[in-house]
Ligand binder design. Structure first.
Ligand code: HPA
Length: 274
């Protein structure tokens, strides 16, 4: 598949610019079952991914596959309802193309969300977890290949991948809203199968608190682009082997549906403070 070029990024950005006068400052990527936030946008322009030059289309149930641009809590936002995963067959750089396009459109801050399995035994399905850091165990990297210095440096720093400033705001906001926001390390795997119990025990030993199949390539590209990142996981299930029951996408969708009010109130309150 063709590598992502600056021209492709510019063509996608130019197409989006023609659809709206809103110039987004904050990007949002919504994970499985968390797309409801898109319904809150004012004066929203909705663009199906298939209309945007060079965008892949998302193939996962629960991921709508559309980009929304509009106002949310007084902020100009660009929101992705549905994202691209490497397990769908996309190259890592392509899963993160929307982040490149966000940057081209002027986005400076990114809120990434996902559904994740809880590895930490103190977590329960339905908890929200602030991502303090991540471990990229996908074996892939969206920055592989020649580096375009106009987009970012060859060896980007990842020592504060998830902004300490934004994490502070999120924790403070959760406290104001009166609920506990867990905090921990997200490990990104390639998928698409859920992990084995042995893999979960290994991941716990490695220092991971939650596991999922997305996010890491987007955050690597965001940091490469100089975008400040906030990450929130919805713990949709106990990871494999913790409870004596099988895992399913239905359970993931049921849990995200159950916690959507709390998720919405957190994100809506955090946004204007970002
Ligand atoms: N593992 C990996 N990805 C996931 C999980 C899980 O348990 N739950 C939701 N996404």
């Amino acid at each position: 598949m063709q590598a992502i070029t600056k021209t492709m990024i510019e063509e996608a950005a130019a197409f989006i610019r023609r659809t709206t006068d809103v110039r987004p400052e904050i990007g949002l990527i919504l994970g499985s079952g968390l797309g409801v936030l898109g319904d809150e946008l004012e004066d929203a322009v909705t663009i199906p991914y298939e209309d945007i030059p060079h965008f892949p289309v998302s193939t996962v149930e629960g991921h709508a596959g559309e980009l929304l641009i509009g106002k949310l809590q007084g902020c100009n936002v660009m929101l992705m309802r549905g994202r691209f995963h490497m397990y769908e067959g996309y190259e890592p750089e392509r899963t993160a193309l929307p982040v490149r396009v966000m940057k081209a459109l002027g986005v400076q801050k990114l809120l990434v969300t996902n559904a994740a399995g809880g590895i930490n035994l103190d977590f329960a399905a339905g908890n929200l977890m602030l991502i303090s850091d991540h471990i990229n165990l996908t074996g892939k990297n969206p920055l592989i290949g020649p580096n375009d210095n106009a987009l970012g440096v060859r060896f980007p720093d990842m020592s504060e991948a998830y902004s300490r400033r934004l994490r502070g705001i999120a924790q403070e906001t959760a406290k104001e809203l009166g609920f506990e926001l867990k905090e921990g390390v997200y490990v990104g795997l390639l998928g698409p199968n859920y992990e084995t119990p042995a893999e979960i025990r290994m991941l716990r030993t490695l220092g991971a608190d939650a596991v999922g199949m997305s996010t890491v390539s987007e955050v690597i590209v965001a940091r490469h682009s100089g975008i400040e990142v906030l990450g929130i996981s919805c713990i949709s299930n106990a990871a494999a082997g913790i409870l004596d029951q099988p895992l399913s996408h239905e359970e993931v969708m049921e849990t995200t549906e159950r916690v959507k009010e709390q998720f919405l109130s957190l994100v809506l309150s955090v946004l204007p403070k970002m």
